[in-house]
Write a protein that binds this ligand. Structure first.
Ligand code: ADP
Ligand code: MG
Length: 705
């Protein structure tokens, strides 16, 4: 059942309904454009904007070709390197060159005969696409276009270049986009007229068409923003902000209750602490308390770098709720984190008589029945658990506060689910991800934010060093010495784009090597393919000190605390995102012993890669790192956006559209204030916008009341 207005149907039709798109191309387009394995829709094709235009004017030499931007090169085919038989899935590579250097063209799953036809040995070709550095060597994966001299002469002086997939050329995509543009219906305007006029924004349909003609726009010139793309960017940001505002509005409007008591429990806990609260912790606790006693519900984000002491703030917030006679729940993203939280919290809470219980998916049935009964009866004050706490069968006697840790692993819906488990439940979301202001807006809308920007005193700074992989023997020597001194070591293996299997193989290989050098009983392995309990068991062995070196893929990223771990080695650090490196490094430096982080890289490094690693060496400040990341890479890569579930934008670019974001937020707020059911003329047009950007969950919420 769909509530979607039929006016939009042509845009939601599958791409296979376009002329010339047969099953083979349709499935290639699904891979390229379909989200979460779904069929690609005409809309997805239209939102797939060209990455630039190729014109023969931009023809350059191999040596000077910029990395990461579309280029056209005049080259000679120098060598063919078919995939070895033993590794059928390895790509077919073709080496091409000009007088200044060479580039490897890389093809996956393309029949050899096709490649030989396109690129005969010794032939001269114009090749368009994007160059990237792979192990210091230039490569171009699936060139956008390959032309011989005759084709080049006939080609238009400029044409759009689209992000590519196996088996569909940029040209073909251009043709399908042309057909798709004809299907765009006449849509009512959802943007405010005055705003649109002030910015010179074209109508939605016109903007789409113009955005697919990059040659008619000034390229790469930030001083002359392109109104068509900016219009679409604003549409996307507005849809996002409006969805957040809608989701939030029923919570705002529903009256809260007083979910904090006289402060006596909080005081007692603080008195038993062996250390004073940091200033930032005190501020956050007070902000939360204000929310808890307020007439409206709390929806607050507690943001603090790893080690800034969020757990304690959460505990004090929960104690406030218990003072008021309510229960509190804390949800962690993984079993092991839930148990770790529970242990810590129990240690602090037990002396004050607070009753704490753990609820996870792995409790034995009898144990679970007992916990659930106790929760329902109100015999438990604080429940700590995994998402198992959000399940239907879990009922509280009187839940007043829900705390969600590391929220980026959950969606808005889960946030709401827990919020519904009681009457007027206040919600506190904790994240260790340092989120620049601009991004906080996109992901959390106008949620209130408390920041722990101060670390507990006495922390030793982490000594971070950049080490070439060629010196790996020195590294293993140093590790052997560290082990002799009783240290514990994380060793993180590279993230390889090609496949999880390759990642795993690399980690296994490293594990075997280190086990041989350091002793088989001392080295453990944990990776993403392991089942939850297996993973937890490996982590626990490391935590207990049964093993002293933990080799892993990036699964240790989640905030597990092993305060004895003082060394972190990250292999191929140049392949990780800055935010990810920061999260990884945050696993050490938790105790009072000095810690060392070794970023192993494989040179030569490009300018950006060098700047990024240098940032890591220079600072431990998560916000600074996040801002730098945003500057160096754009928001798409930031925070590992995809893995963290923060949708990357299709149209908006936060580096250049930050001004639009603030405007969209204000716009959305005003809309929801005036027309929270979206029933006015503009409101109805805005519903269309929400569907177009797949932000219609808010609409379902409206209907559900
Ligand atoms: P986060 O969850 O923000 O990464 P934690 O809550 O795990 O940080 O705290 C990290 C460590 O710091 C814990 O061992 C905790 O006991 C300790 N800690 C918390 N607050 C303080 C403080 N004010 N002074 C000293 N140590 C603190
Ligand atoms: Mg924590």
């Amino acid at each position: 059942m769909s509530l979607r207005p039929s006016l939009l149907d042509p845009l939601f039709a599958p791409v296979s309904s376009l002329p010339g798109v047969g099953p083979r191309i349709a499935s290639a387009l699904d891979r390229l454009l379909g989200e979460h394995g779904q069929t690609a829709r005409i809309l997805d094709l239209l939102f797939h904007l060209p990455s630039g235009a190729v014109s023969r004017g931009s023809l350059g030499s191999v040596r000077d070709a910029p990395i990461g931007e579309p280029v056209t090169l005049a080259v000679k085919v120098a060598a063919h390197r078919p995939s070895p038989y033993a590794r059928a899935r390895a790509p077919y590579r073709v080496l091409v060159e000009d007088e200044t250097g060479d580039v490897t063209l890389v093809f996956f799953n393309l029949p050899r005969v096709r490649i030989e036809q396109m690129l005969p040995l010794g032939a001269r070709r114009l090749v368009s696409g994007t160059i990237e550095l792979w192990d210091g060597h230039r490569q171009m994966v699936h060139p956008a276009r390959i032309m011989d001299e005759r084709q080049a002469a006939e080609a238009p002086s400029s044409e759009p270049v689209y992000g590519l997939t196996e088996g569909v050329s940029s040209r073909l995509i251009g043709r399908y986009v042309g057909a798709a543009l004809k299907r765009v219906p006449d849509l009512p305007e959802w943007q405010d007229t005055a705003w649109r006029e002030r910015n010179g924004f074209p109508a939605f349909g016109e903007a789409l068409a113009a955005a697919h003609r990059p040659s008619e726009q000034p390229q790469g010139d930030d001083s002359a923003p392109d109104p068509a793309r900016r219009r679409l960017a604003y549409d996307e940001l507005l849809a996002t902000q409006l969805a957040l505002a809608l989701v939030r509005s029923p919570m705002r409007r529903s009256a809260g209750r007083v979910n904090a008591g006289d402060g006596s429990l909080v005081r007692r806990i603080v008195e038993t602490l062996p250390f004073p609260l940091t200033g930032a912790q005190r501020r956050a606790v007070e902000e939360i308390r204000q929310d808890l006693v307020a007439e409206t519900r709390m929806l607050r984000l507690l943001q603090g770098d790893v080690g800034s002491g969020k757990t304690l703030v959460a505990l004090l917030a929960m104690a406030s709720a218990v003072e008021a006679g309510r229960q509190a729940a804390l949800v962690a993203p993984t079993e092991i984190l839930a148990r770790q939280h529970a242990e810590r919290i129990a240690a602090l809470a037990d002396p004050t008589g607070l009753r704490v219980a753990v609820v996870t998916g792995r409790d034995r049935p009898a144990e679970r029945r007992r916990s659930l009964a106790a929760l329902a009866a109100g015999d438990i004050d604080i429940a700590v658990g995994t998402h198992a706490l959000m399940q239907e069968e879990v009922a509280f006697r009187d839940l007043g506060l829900a705390v969600i840790d590391e929220q980026h692993r959950f969606g808005v819906h889960q946030r709401l689910t827990l919020g519904r488990k009681g009457e007027a439940v206040d919600v506190l979301v904790m994240t260790a991800t340092p989120i620049p202001r601009t991004l906080a807006l996109t992901s959390f809308g106008d949620m209130d934010i408390s920041v722990l920007d101060e670390k507990p005193p006495g922390r030793q700074p982490i000594d971070t060093r950049l080490v070439s992989i060629e010196r790996i023997e020195q590294v293993t020597d140093a590790i052997a010495r560290a082990l002799a001194a009783g240290d514990r070591v994380y060793w993180v293996c590279p993230l390889v784009a090609e496949s999880e299997a390759v990642d795993l193989a690399a980690a296994e290989e490293r594990h075997a090597e280190l086990a041989e050098i350091l002793g088989p009983d001392r080295v453990g392995l944990v990776h993403g393919r392991m089942k939850g309990p297996e993973k937890d068991a490996a982590m626990e062995r490391f935590q207990r000190g049964d093993i002293q070196v933990l080799v892993s893929t990036t699964v240790i990223e989640v905030g597990v605390d092993v305060s004895a771990a003082t060394v972190m080695v990250i292999e191929h650090a140049e392949r990780f995102g800055l935010a990810q490196l920061h999260q990884l490094r945050g696993r050490i430096g938790r105790g009072d012993k000095a810690s060392t982080c070794l970023l192993l890289y494989k040179g030569p490094l490009g300018e950006t890669a060098k700047a990024r690693l240098e940032t890591m060496r220079r600072t431990e400040n998560g916000f600074e790192i996040a801002e730098e990341d945003l500057r160096l890479r754009g928001e798409g890569e930031l925070l590992g956006a995809r893995q963290s579930g923060m949708a990357a934008f299709k149209m908006a670019r936060l580096d250049i559209d930050a001004d639009l974001l603030a405007a969209a937020r204000d716009d959305a707020r005003l809309i929801v204030e005036r027309d929270c059911e979206l029933t006015s003329e503009r409101g109805r047009a805005l519903r269309l916008l929400l569907y177009l950007f797949d932000r219609d969950a808010g609409i379902r919420l409206l209907r559900a009341g």
